[in-house]
Design a protein. Sequence first.
Length: 326
Amino acid sequence: MSALWFGRAGGLGTAAAASALLLVAVIVSSHLQGWILLFSVPAFFIVGHLLGREVEQRRVDLRDMDRLRSIQNALAPAERPDLPLLEVGTSYVPAQAGVAGDFYLVTEGLNNATVIVVGDVAGKGMTAAKRATFVRATLTACSPFTDDPVYLLRTANAELVRQYGFAAEFITMICVVVQPDGRLIWSTAGHPPPLSLSNGEPIATQEPAFPLGIAPDLPAVASHGVLPDAGLLLYTDGLLDARPPSGRYETLGFRRLGRIISELPDPSPQDAVDRLTRMAETFASGVLPDDLCLVALRSKLPHHAWRESESDAAAGAPSFAPVGDL
């Protein structure tokens, strides 16, 4: 009980007190033999030490878990963003207990644009989480002043290199900017391309820049388009790399993923990411080899409304109402 309440110090102190009392009892009593001390005293100290150590370790683990939960919630908030013009669904599954390096960000950009970022840090644990937290904070600070995804990627890369130098724990990232009129601008640094939720195909072909954190200059480029009617899926490679633990089968891959997405019955963004998460976990027999982060989005307005807004904007009329605070 002393070890459970006070930890190892309490357990060992009680063991010492019990040993002293037993020694006194052996001295004053004619019924107790001295050999009992050879077994009882070591047992007292062993139990006090082991039980106290276990209690202390559990307390440390609980403190670490509280800290990790706060970090993880900062990297991948459990609450879905509520945006005026966009419906967003998110899913996050670490491959192992603790904290991972995947993260996402949905925030306000310049001129009422919406900035969506998904990133994946090479490595696991607190080191990866710290790098992810730093980059996410950098993007959060920069996003209100730009609607250029290339600028955001280059700024994040420059700050990452300035803070940590060149390291093997690089970061792949995709940045998508959705304008209030439905126009889409995106850029990627070593990250898989965005997929249409109608057929699972990439919305455009783009040569990705290399990941963040391995060179001072990032040769990122931008692609332009319109947000698909069915919506858009951003993801980390934990989705593509899902595989059975036996390793007898190939990974989920683009082909299977495209077929799975095309067979989804017009789901909402949250339904889509929930179903894809379950399918990845099922394919991997419940043991994902890598962290999984999914973000799906689609317009809350019918597609013709985007077109009407584009026509109004071309004629000089105001487009949609401001996105406002996110």
